[in-house]
Design a protein around this ligand. Structure first.
Ligand code: GLN
Length: 237
């Protein structure tokens, strides 16, 4: 059976907002299409070989978790930038989204250097941006839940994931959310984001299957329940 390998970045430290649900959604949507899935954890202090990986995922975490994983992540900076440019699908949520940028400055003014996959800079603030979020993107409407103090600014030529229709997004002033580099996507959408946004989940899956097996299109799934959940979430204030 064809197998897709997912690298889960630092699940011990960076998984406090239920973002593991994104791994579950990717796994189920691949299994429903007849693929086997293997999830490999990237752990601090244990060298990880990304050469056999097909999708990379990293979730959110507290400043303290980011301080723990930040130095370890730097080891893989060049590999991950090259993989992003080669079309590897990646999804980074909140805390790891921030560390895939230039830097994250914590609310204690500690500077955590990022790996420059995205040209973004994040500074913690006194405002916690918490609540339901809805954005318009090239994947259509995306719904989620955000919980961050970090104010993220896009650097020159950095494309956002989408435009905020409800909620904060990258920061509390501009109405853009997330960042995209090829098939690498970073954003503040917890929820977890993929179960209620099947088009985004399938875009990551198709990118992986195209890259590994030359698959051009996916078997269509019945997403009626997922879309109904997204409709309900999009009406929440
Ligand atoms: N600690 C970071 C912040 O508060 C990221 C939080 C998160 O991952 N939800 O902005």
């Amino acid at each position: 059976m064809n197998t897709i390998i997912i690298a889960h970045l630092y699940p011990r430290e960076m998984n406090i907002y239920g973002d593991l649900g994104n791994i579950i959604a990717l796994t189920r949507r691949l299994e429903w299409r007849g693929y086997a899935v293997e999830v490999r954890s990237v752990e601090v202090g244990k060298f990880f070989d990304f050469s056999k990986v097909d999708i990379i995922f990293g979730g959110g975490g507290q400043d303290s978790g980011q301080l723990i994983v930040g130095t370890d992540l730097l080891i893989y900076g060049e590999v991950l930038r090259n993989l992003a440019d080669s079309g590897m699908p990646m999804l980074l949520i909140c805390g790891l989204y921030q560390l895939f940028g230039n830097k994250f400055v914590t609310n204690n003014n500690q500077i955590i250097k990022g790996i420059d996959v995205f040209n973004i800079t994040t500074i913690a603030s006194d405002t916690r941006m918490i609540g339901n979020i809805v954005i318009e993107s090239s994947f259509g409407r995306l719904v989620g839940f955000e919980n961050h103090s970090g104010q993220t600014q896009l650097g020159v030529n950095q494309l956002p994931l989408g435009k905020v229709k409800h909620g904060f997004g990258n920061n509390s002033t501009r109405k853009h959310e997330g960042a995209v580099r090829n098939n690498a996507i970073g954003c503040y959408l917890h929820g977890p984001v993929l179960p209620k946004n099947p088009k985004l989940a399938d875009a990551l899956i198709l990118a992986a299957l195209k890259r590994k097996y030359g698959i051009a299109e996916l078997l269509k799934l019945d997403d009626s329940i997922e879309l109904r959940a997204a409709d309900v979430a999009s009406t929440r204030s």
